[in-house]
Design a binder for this molecule. Structure first.
Ligand SMILES: [Zn+2]
Length: 315
């Protein structure tokens, strides 16, 4: 355990690994990163068995897929600046039987990630419980790092959020309040420039539950955020100039750009609930925008990222 601990300390720092925050505030040209979601160790067998509430007693398939993702990402040139995992790291809910084994094996699978590609962890409903408590949030933070934080990379401000506090904070209202206060400060910081703080080239958000799957006014359901919460966040994100919100949770690719904000919903490294392949999303950040495409693990391993994305990085 102590050995693998080092890799994960990175996420606990509110600044980016190994680099001073100041150096990363400066735009130095296009770069890419990897966005992935839902390795969710244990869901594939549970889903096949039709027992998603219990089940989850085997997770060798997800371990293998995670290793394939790591291998594919390590090979990419230019190297991704980071890889973010947008929640549901494991399937077993807090304080259930297979939790420790799943967390241990995911950490072991991720250990092969090239040390120059920091890992950024986002908390999902399975990581925190559908109704998180101060206890489950603390467990998550001890295992994976802060549940919300910001970091700069190459002139871009990234906000990692705990979407479970938006979804149901009935058992931890103070934590919700604390994230709200922090978020408000981050968003106003993002939209105002000062002599000491340059304006970010772009602002990106990472959270587990999508604001919406296809359209901002779609009906509420298990896979999106409640209408009032969604509208509130959309308004604030747009006002602060957030360019894109990256999420998972749906186990299918979805999303859409509305009013200048790109809601990106990525399918899973692990269990597919639709027709997508196991994969990750390659995201290219240029001065003008944020371009992204989901790649299957097989495709990424065999051919790397798509040619047109690679060209954008050479500019
Ligand atoms: Zn989820």
């Amino acid at each position: 355990m102590a050995e693998s601990e080092n890799m994960f300390l990175r996420a606990k720092h509110r600044t980016f690994s190994g680099l001073t925050e100041d150096a990363e505030r400066e735009w130095k040209g296009p770069f890419c990163f990897i966005q992935a979601a839902d390795p969710q160790l244990g869901l594939m067998k549970a889903w096949r068995d039709g027992d998603c509430d219990g089940g989850g007693d085997e997770w060798a398939e997800e371990v293998e897929l995670t290793k394939q993702a790591v291998e594919a990402v390590n090979q990419l040139r230019p190297r991704p600046r980071f890889m973010v995992l947008c929640g549901d790291l494991v399937h077993a809910m807090p304080d259930t039987p297979f939790r420790d084994g799943q967390e241990r094996d995911l950490k072991a699978a991720l250990k092969g990630t090239d040390p120059s590609i920091p890992l950024v962890f986002v908390s999902g409903n399975h990581d925190l419980g559908n109704t998180p408590t101060p206890g489950t949030v603390e467990q998550y933070c001890n295992a994976w790092g802060d549940d919300y934080f910001s970091f700069w990379v190459g002139g871009v401000l990234c906000l990692v959020l705990n979407s479970q506090l938006f979804y149901d904070a009935s058992a931890c209202p103070q934590l919700k309040e604390a994230q709200e206060t922090w978020l408000e400060a981050q968003l106003s910081r993002a939209s105002s420039s000062s002599s000491t703080e340059p304006k970010p080239k772009h602002v990106l958000v990472f959270q587990h539950i999508p604001l919406y799957l296809e359209s901002p006014d779609e009906e509420e359901q298990y896979f999106n955020l409640q209408m009032v919460v969604r509208q509130n966040l959309l308004d604030r994100f747009k006002k602060a100039g957030v360019k894109a919100v990256f999420s998972g949770h749906y186990h299918r690719n979805a999303g859409g750009c509305h009013g200048g904000l790109d809601m990106v919903v990525s399918s899973a490294i692990g269990c597919q609930l639709g027709d997508d392949t196991h994969g990750v999303r390659v995201v290219v950040v240029t001065a003008d925008g944020v371009i992204h495409r989901y790649h299957s693990l097989d495709q990424l391993r065999a051919q790397g990222m798509d040619e047109d994305l690679r060209k954008l990085l050479q500019a």
